[in-house]
Write a protein that binds this ligand. Structure first.
Ligand SMILES: [Zn+2]
Ligand SMILES: [Zn+2]
Ligand SMILES: [Zn+2]
Length: 132
């Protein structure tokens, strides 16, 4: 059965939100808002899309990172994971597992924070094709 991200997070169901989730469900990896918008084929206004993406990130439905590109990339948080990105061609690979103990360590080392609630972490390298 399909996971109901809206219901689980106590969000109102709208056709726009459902359409955005549909696109994200079908995504093979991280997508920019621009890429999501073109997949929506005019079903959702750009302003609504940006607002919805922001809301989904805040609710923890989406993972957001910039991959050092200055652009925001989004991905559904089906299972929390990280990525390696090729610095030559931009190829992305999802890597299972997460050194989540780092989050606790960061909290322990912090003087100003009691709690660390989330993190973004990406790896960079040169893919096999580019290193030939
Ligand atoms: Zn590459
Ligand atoms: Zn991923
Ligand atoms: Zn992680």
């Amino acid at each position: 059965m399909k996971k109901d991200y809206l219901k689980e997070n106590g969000l109102k169901h709208t056709s726009g939100r459902a359409a955005i989730l549909d696109v994200l469900e079908g995504a093979k990896g991280l997508m920019t808002a621009e890429q999501i918008h073109s997949k929506l084929k005019g079903k959702v206004h750009k302003v609504t899309l940006y607002r919805t993406l922001e809301l989904f990130v805040k609710e923890g439905i989406l993972y957001q990172t910039d991959l050092r590109s200055g652009q925001a990339y989004f991905e559904l948080q089906k299972s929390h994971h990280h990525h390696i990105v090729c610095t030559e061609c931009g190829l992305q690979e999802g890597i299972k597992g997460c050194p989540s103990s780092l989050q606790g360590e960061a909290a322990n080392k912090s003087e100003l924070f009691k709690e660390v609630t989330s993190h973004t972490l990406e790896f960079f390298g040169v893919c096999k094709k580019c290193s030939k």
